[in-house]
Design a protein around this ligand. Structure first.
Ligand code: ATP
Ligand code: MG
Length: 371
């Protein structure tokens, strides 16, 4: 694979409006070095103000970098004159959260617009627009005006328009943020199809990790203008390093019980409760086999797993029964390959009945307490 876009030490500074001249400018993008591989779907994630939109505007030359180089298909566009920049831009499609359609034109007119601007001959425009509307599944709306369309339909028009000049790169800035979950799913499927069938490199800006989980091959985490983490989607989800990445990942990978859930589980289950990270390195059969090898009884009482890039990821909480020594040995084995957390309810929340209700289980008095 080769990089279709490379950023080398790119920064973008904006002056702070209305402030004294001595005030330091805002570093919307701060020393970013990044390669976007051709033919992939890349997610750029971060909180509001992290610099995501500024970064994509640098990719298509809508902003010029204050420092560093932006290399698109081997060409440094940071210093290109405006005329040549326009040519580069025609190879990059863009879609937006608010669709940005021309209200006074029909669906057909909106999609035909970039072709007219690019100087396509009239007789070639109609078949191209028809083909594009067919591809995005909205051929029956060719004569409608945008205001008569649902959000999902409007975004399909936006996508058809962005694809008109057969770009190699499609930039989507919060393209699904204004859509309901089901429509979001449809639009994400369409973006995936564009990537697979047309080979288009897709850059998705989002603050929604489920969007990343569903379509991105790689993910780039931004914070205060900088890239804090980047890598294959599964690795970033399985091993989030920065605090903010961990918080983002937690919104899309569930299964870790909150303290009040632990309290309820402890009351209901007298055995030792342990949360185990389930991943490619520690799939459920391996966890089950480890318990069995040590003669530990196990049953799942809480949790959730999901699938990212065809690999499993999540957390399951097991109730374990058996001798202390056997449980310790099993957890030590598992601790070598995955995250293992003994769950204990806070003292005041642990209710007496849990211990007394099932007295026959071999649970020692100090069960569930961290050494
Ligand atoms: N044209 C501009 N002039 C001055 N400051 C700007 C300009 N554009 C962006 N900024 C500032 O740069 C920072 C990054 O903004 P940007 O829009 O790139 O963030 P974002 O990650 O896209 O946020 P959001 O998720 O809210 O869209 C912010 O502090 C913003 O106020
Ligand atoms: Mg933005």
């Amino acid at each position: 694979m080769s990089a279709i876009v490379s950023l080398r030490g790119v920064s973008k500074l904006f002056p702070v409006q209305g402030s004294a001249q001595r005030t330091k400018p805002v570093r919307a993008v701060d020393d970013v070095t990044l390669d976007i591989e051709e033919g992939t779907v890349v997610g750029i994630v971060g909180y509001s103000g992290a610099g995501k939109s500024t970064l994509v505007r640098l990719l298509n030359g809508l902003e010029r970098p204050s420092e560093g180089q932006v290399i698109v298909k081997g060409q440094d566009i940071s210093t290109l004159p405006e005329g040549q920049l326009r040519k580069v831009r025609s190879g990059i499609g863009m879609i937006f959260q608010q669709f940005n359609l021309l209200k006074s034109r029909t669906v057909f007119g909106n999609v035909a617009y970039p072709l007219r601007v690019a100087g396509w001959p009239k007789d070639k425009i109609k078949p191209r627009v028809d083909e594009l509307l067919e591809f995005v599944g909205i051929a029956d709306k060719a004569g409608s005006y945008p205001r008569r369309l649902s959000g999902g339909q409007q975004q399909r028009v936006g996508i058809a328009r962005a694809l008109a000049n057969a770009p190699d790169i499609l930039l989507a800035d919060e393209a699904t943020s204004a859509l309901d979950p089901e429509t979001t799913r449809d639009v994400l499927r369409l973006l995936r199809r564009i990537n697979k069938e047309l080979g288009t490199t897709v850059v998705v800006i989002t603050h929604e990790m489920h969007v990343v989980r569903e379509i991105c091959d790689t993910v780039v985490m931004m914070e205060s203008g900088s890239v804090v983490e980047a890598g294959p989607t599964y690795s970033v989800f399985a091993n989030p390093r920065s605090d903010s990445t961990q918080r983002f990942v937690a919104t899309a990978v569930h299964g870790t019980p909150e303290p009040d859930t632990v309290a309820r589980l402890s009351a209901a289950h007298p055995g030792q409760l342990v949360s185990i990270g389930i991943s490619e390195a520690a799939p459920t059969p391996l966890v089950a086999a480890t318990f069995e090898r040590h003669g530990v009884g196990s049953s799942v009482v809480y949790g959730g797993v999901t699938e990212i890039q065809n690999k499993i990821l999540g957390t399951l909480t097991y109730e374990l029964t058996g001798s202390d020594a056997a449980i310790d040995a099993a957890l030590a084995d598992l601790g070598d390959v995955t995250a293992v957390e003994r769950q204990t309810a806070a003292a005041e929340q642990r209710s007496a009945p849990a211990d007394s209700a099932v007295p026959h289980l071999p649970v020692p008095a100090n069960a569930g307490e961290q050494p």
